[in-house]
Design a protein around this ligand. Structure first.
Ligand SMILES: [Cu+2]
Length: 244
């Protein structure tokens, strides 16, 4: 007679459950692999946290539903020689209410968490110490001017000090563009005749690259962005005159 591999199946179900739980709790350890960026600013960190929360919830649901589907299709499959009719069940009000209410509650929870985190992602500093930069987009470059001095940075990169909020005013000379450095700040459109705002507070030094994120013509692919976050010492000795 055929022996049902019940133990293995039960083991697999428990493993799947554990995998789901692990994904939720261990996500911070996977920050660099589970999300597109290793954030370098408070704003990007908030976006990253949101990403991981949504990913954690959805992956867990996928593993649980997919695992249950797999388990039941193996556990209750037709077996050779067994011609008996399985129990015929027509509807279950309780189950149907549950699978309607539970997803709605999950979505409300996620929406609430996003609404709670969004201000940190979009936060544009009103601090008087913030470094204000005018970013001008045109086919196919971004150029920068420090508001305090009207000076541009020495190269093509925007240079800012670490741990000081940066406030960006974004305009365009021609068509729509979009300033986006994923490790630092949310993307923001440059729209003709309008000044848009974004900002970020860098939390570590380094060179961070981005890209125009709005198709703007044949040179769009080459419309790159480089932001150099320098130490306070380097800023004070080398670049402070750009701002003060
Ligand atoms: Cu573009």
């Amino acid at each position: 007679m055929y022996v049902r591999p019940r133990r293995q199946l039960r083991g697999a179900a428990i493993l799947l459950l554990a995998a789901g739980l692990l994904l939720v709790t261990a996500v911070p350890a996977l920050a660099d692999t589970a999300t597109p960026n290793n954030p370098a600013a408070t704003n990007a960190a908030a976006i990253d946290t949101l990403w991981r929360a949504v990913l954690g919830v959805t992956v867990t649901i996928f593993v649980l539903v997919g695992g249950w589907l797999l388990y039941t299709s193996i556990r209750f499959r037709e077996r050779p020689g067994d011609t008996s009719e399985p129990p015929q069940i027509h509807g279950s009000t309780r189950l149907e209410i549950a699978w309607t209410v539970v997803p709605v509650l999950i979505l409300i929870g996620l929406a609430g968490y996003v609404a709670y985190k969004l201000p940190a992602a979009e936060n544009i500093s009103s601090s008087p110490n913030a470094i204000k930069v005018h970013v001008t987009a045109q086919q196919f470059t971004f150029s920068y001017t420090y508001e305090a001095t009207g000076e541009p940075p020495p190269g093509s990169a925007l240079i800012v000090p670490v741990n000081v909020p940066v406030v960006i005013d974004l305009t365009t000379k021609d068509v729509n563009h979009d300033w986006w450095v994923p490790a630092l700040a949310p993307k923001v459109d440059a729209i003709p005749g309008q000044t848009n705002h974004t900002g970020f507070t860098p939390t570590r030094t380094g060179t961070f690259s981005g890209q125009c994120a709005e198709f703007c013509g044949p040179g769009h692919a080459g419309m790159t962005i480089t932001v150099q976050v320098v130490s306070t010492a380097a800023w004070n000795t080398k670049y402070g005159s750009l701002h003060n």
